[in-house]
Design a protein around this ligand. Structure first.
Ligand SMILES: Nc1nc2c(ncn2[C@@H]2O[C@H](COP(=O)(O)OP(=O)(O)OP(=O)(O)O)[C@@H](O)[C@H]2O)c(=O)[nH]1
Ligand SMILES: [Mg+2]
Length: 292
């Protein structure tokens, strides 16, 4: 079994970032493919992606007519990925807040898990260059999410994640309405309730390098309200459990998957023990793999 990995990367006005980050991802030895979901960015992001895609079949572009929000961009990307048969589907920002060299660390643990979350708050605080105000807001939001939803996670609002296709298939994607940070919380909450295995791994998160922030009051209010909705749904209603941990069971062994991950590790090394900053371009990752 050879696992097929797809990174879903929503963009809105990321023309500079996208041209820099996609080559970094393709240079990793795991054969990652990238789907850019662009909302008709006025700065020509889609044209830049089309140009890059001329020289490889590992870059894909999904264009939407206008800015429709981050949550719905992910859903569109997930649907595309499921249709095309990818095994592991990632969420990742284009603005270098998420370091491409952290991707193999997600692969290392996907053999025993269904959702892997890149966490900014697992080993202390691993956020670089954020104003203190924003850090307090984000850290506080996560404490609020833990308290209200019971999710035992340090960083449920982050957007650097990997899902196995089986997990995405178990969710009615059409029923997910939230955007921004609450989208992240809602997806993880719904999957955990259905008995899927969630694992956090530490990442270094850096503030965006260039471009414009889309942080808004609306997104914050939506998150506050969404968490209430999830808390209420814990009390009323129980979804059908279909995941590996359904009804308190223990996860079944998954030999094919584990074997696939093991052989990747053998070929490319075990990345999860390492953490690198976003500027740390490691030469061994640049040459398609068989360096070791
Ligand atoms: N397709 C699409 N992509 C979006 C939309 N809003 C944001 N994005 C992209 O989603 C990713 C995350 O958005 P960001 O603006 O970085 O959000 P953030 O990290 O919370 O805030 P800043 O980094 O401070 O701007 C980036 O790659 C954006 O280009 C949208 O409405 N549609
Ligand atoms: Mg960002």
């Amino acid at each position: 079994m050879t696992l097929r990995f797809l990174i879903v990367m929503p963009t809105y006005n990321e023309v500079d970032n996208i041209q820099a980050i996609v080559p970094r991802i393709l240079a990793l030895p795991h054969g990652f493919e990238v789907l850019v979901v662009d909302d008709n960015s006025p700065d020509g992001t889609a044209d830049a992606v089309r140009k890059m895609a001329e020289s490889t079949d590992r870059i894909h572009l999904l264009e939407r007519p206008g800015k429709m929000g981050l949550g719905s961009a992910y859903i569109a990307g997930f649907r595309w990925a499921l249709e095309k048969g990818y095994d592991v589907i990632f969420e990742m920002d284009a603005d270098f807040s998420h370091d491409p060299s952290a991707l193999p660390g997600f692969v290392d643990v996907i053999g025993d898990n269904d959702i892997v979350l890149g966490s900014r708050y697992l080993h202390g605080v691993t956020v670089v260059n954020w104003p203190l105000k924003r850090l307090i807001l984000s850290y506080g939001a996560n404490a609020y999410v833990r308290l209200m939803t019971g999710l035992p996670l340090m960083d449920a609002t982050g957007g650097f994640k990997a899902f196995r296709r089986e997990a995405l298939e178990a969710i009615d994607l059409g029923s997910i309405r939230s955007d921004g940070y609450s989208f992240q919380v809602e997806m993880t909450f719904q999957l955990r309730r259905r008995g899927f295995r969630v694992r956090e791994i530490p990442i270094v998160f850096a503030d965006r390098r260039v471009g414009i922030s889309k942080m808004s009051r609306k997104i914050i209010w939506e998150a506050i309200w969404m968490v209430w909705r999830l808390a209420l749904s814990r009390v009323f209603g129980r979804p059908e459990q279909t995941g590996p941990l359904a009804r308190g069971g223990s996860a079944p062994r998954d030999p094919e998957y584990q074997e696939a991950v093991r052989s990747l590790r053998q070929a490319h090394g075990n990345f999860s023990a390492r953490m690198a900053g976003p500027d740390d371009v490691r030469p061994e990752l640049q040459d398609h793999g068989d360096a070791r």
